[in-house]
Design a protein around this ligand. Structure first.
Ligand SMILES: Cc1cc2nc3c(=O)[nH]c(=O)nc-3n(C[C@H](O)[C@H](O)[C@H](O)COP(=O)(O)OP(=O)(O)OC[C@H]3O[C@@H](n4cnc5c(N)ncnc54)[C@H](O)[C@@H]3O)c2cc1C
Ligand code: SF4
Length: 574
């Protein structure tokens, strides 16, 4: 084992949260910062070679290799967990930029009451309305406290949107920096139908630029070409905000910050109640120690949790006894398989971008009365035009077509290709005592370390929520003029085989006391003041919206706390 010279700061993970923290520290302190990223280096020009759906979207070129490291999964504590051999329902990123390279760029703020979920729910409905077995809690930070950081994150990325177009949004201290993206034909049908039904449609906030934009760091990006290759690809023109085009060019100018790739961190080292650095395996297999005064974990939900467990920092959650904090409150957005709509006319869905579409939040959060309903919270409903990929989309035929193969089926599939669409929900997932992560007692990764084990299932609240939203989506589909509307079967069990979203939360949740959380509201570890944890692993439960804008806002808030207060007086941040 080789020990390197001490760095002031080590950041584990080179995705949105890790690189943003490194950029802030590099710009505003003279500290030496080392970012350790397990995957490969990346830059925008890597994407110039063109987009190959089979390579990128089907064979998952940019994602974590499940043959080297995966997770095991089971529905309940009584089941035996088995390894996920191919990622499907979520797609962990790897390589510089992380999943932020191949994301869609949908960037809503969370609804204000999400941050005070327990308090607001009990105030309105009484504690008896909380579902059995829940472990819902307030975040310890409010929307108002986070608001200035939301604005900074939006200006960093150049978010295209229109404030005030969503009547349910929280206050914004500034207009979005760029106007909304264009509304393609299919979302425009949704907008008109939603309006006719009394809902309040608005353009989705998008990190895919509607026009050329220069951000406060001086980074200039061009307008989106609506080529339809956002999700699972890097944007070849750089219109989509990606860590490699938004953060890396700034970091490249900072002499005190370095990004080291092929560095797979295995442990956070610690001594006498303080983090002392990390140990990692480099690309050649050599074990290396990187000592540091300050350690920041930014390795996404699963590995933030796993690294703390492997490093024996904090008490692991024990579901049977209800003790310990590390690993609890695992959540994953309640997303339904889309309602399929078959039209009589072309929808031009070959073009679009990952986030150009129309959204309604009338049925989100607590924007409607849950008194008579058998579930809490809700979902946003959205129609996007993302560019239909031929392999991923071809083959859906309306139920009125009886042929299942041969030339009749082929003709029907070709006819249906551009006249078929689906839209879906992004729903809230509450936290439960039975959904958590721990270390698997059986299975190990290629380094011999135990895999993370996920124990997770839907509860009645999510089943009922998805059922309610699916019925509303079918109504909307009919109002859009679809000839046939097909609602998917309602999910009974959490399913790891169908893509849902890569929005997993929890495991190292934030809160107001070590008795209810792993990190404090500044994302500082309760037991180790020189250890911080960034990203959605700190969310106590899953609000409906896509998480990245909130991850960035939280990272900026923590960066300010470290730079303005911690570095001046190291210790516990009040
Ligand atoms: C297909 C897809 C579409 C998405 N669309 C959206 C969207 O529209 N809107 C939205 O808000 N979110 C979206 N997301 C989610 C979004 O990408 C994530 O929320 C975001 O990237 C999280 O940033 P992060 O820095 O926390 O983690 P990541 O981006 O996952 O980065 C973590 C990094 O840590 C590295 N790492 C992990 N373990 C180690 C280790 N042991 N040692 C060293 N490095 C390590 C990883 O390789 C990775 O590069 C999408 C995700 C996917 C996959
Ligand atoms: S649709 Fe726009 S943002 Fe997405 S990859 Fe194409 S040009 Fe880039």
């Amino acid at each position: 084992m080789r020990t390197l010279p001490r760095a002031d700061v080590v950041v584990v993970g080179g995705g949105w949260s890790g690189l943003l923290m490194a950029k802030e520290l590099g710009a505003r302190t003279g500290l030496s910062v080392v970012v350790l990223e397990r995957g490969q280096p990346r830059k925008t020009s890597d994407y110039f070679e063109g987009m190959d759906e089979l390579d990128y979207a089907i064979r998952l070129r940019m994602m974590q290799d499940a043959s080297k490291e995966t997770v095991t999964f089971r529905h309940t504590s009584k089941d035996r967990a088995l390894p996920i051999r191919q990622f499907a329902n979520f797609l962990p990123g790897t390589g510089v930029g992380g999943a932020g390279e191949h994301w869609n760029g949908i960037t809503p703020r969370f609804l204000p009451d999400c941050f005070e979920l327990r308090t607001r729910t009990v105030e309105r409905y009484g504690a008896e309305k909380l579902p059995a077995g829940h472990s819902i809690q307030d975040w310890g930070v409010t929307y108002a406290e986070l608001e200035p950081f939301y604005t900074r994150a939006e200006w960093l990325l150049g978010i295209s949107g229109k404030t005030g177009s969503d009547p349910f949004e929280g206050p914004h201290s500034a207009e979005y920096p760029t106007p909304p993206q264009k509304t393609p034909y299919f979302p425009s049908l949704f907008r008109d139908a939603a309006r006719s039904m009394g809902y309040h449609p608005f353009p989705a906030p998008s990190a895919n630029l509607s026009q050329a934009y220069r951000n406060p760091d001086g980074i200039v990006r061009p307008a989106c070409q609506y080529c339809g290759f956002c999700e699972r690809y890097g944007c070849m023109v750089g219109a989509k905000a990606q860590p490699t085009n938004t953060l890396l060019p700034v970091i490249a100018r900072q002499k005190s910050v370095s990004v080291r790739t092929g560095a797979n961190v295995r442990r956070v080292l610690h001594k006498d109640g303080k983090a002392a650095g990390v140990s990692y395996v480099d690309a050649s297999g050599e074990e290396i120690v990187q000592p540091a005064d300050l350690v920041l974990l930014a390795s996404w939900t699963l590995n933030n949790t796993r690294l703390l467990m492997l490093s024996k920092i904090g008490e692991a959650y024990d579901a049977a006894r209800g003790t310990g904090q590390l690993g609890r409150n695992l959540t994953h957005q309640a997303v339904s398989r889309g309602v399929a709509l078959f039209f009589d006319r072309p929808l031009n869905r070959f073009m679009g971008s990952g986030a150009c579409g129309i959204v309604i939040r009338d049925l989100d959060g607590d924007n409607f009365d849950h008194g008579p309903l058998d579930f809490l919270r809700g979902a946003y409903i959205a129609a996007f035009s993302r560019g239909n990929p031929p392999i991923g989309v071809f083959g859906t035929v309306p139920p009125s077509v009886k042929a299942t193969w041969g030339s009749a089926w082929k003709k029907a599939a070709i006819d249906a290709f551009d006249s078929t669409a689906s839209f879906g929900i992004s729903g809230e997932h509450l936290a439960y005592r039975t959904n958590y992560m721990d270390l698997d007692p059986t299975y190990r990764d290629s380094n011999g370390d135990p895999l993370l084990r996920m124990t997770m299932d839907w509860n009645d609240n999510e089943r009922n929520l998805i059922g309610y939203m699916t019925a509303r989506m079918a109504q909307l589909g009919r109002a859009m003029g679809a000839r046939e509307v097909v609602a998917p079967p309602l999910p009974r069990r959490y399913d790891v085989n169908t893509y849902r979203s890569t929005h997993l939360q929890g495991g190292t949740i934030m809160g107001t006391s070590p008795a209810n959380s792993v990190v404090n509201t500044w994302l500082q570890h309760w037991q180790m003041s020189n250890l911080f944890v960034l990203g959605a692993s700190t969310f106590p439960q899953n609000p409906s919206g896509n998480p990245t804008l909130t991850i960035l806002a939280q990272t900026l808030r923590t960066a300010d706390a470290i730079i303005d207060r911690y570095l001046k007086l190291p210790g516990v941040l009040a």
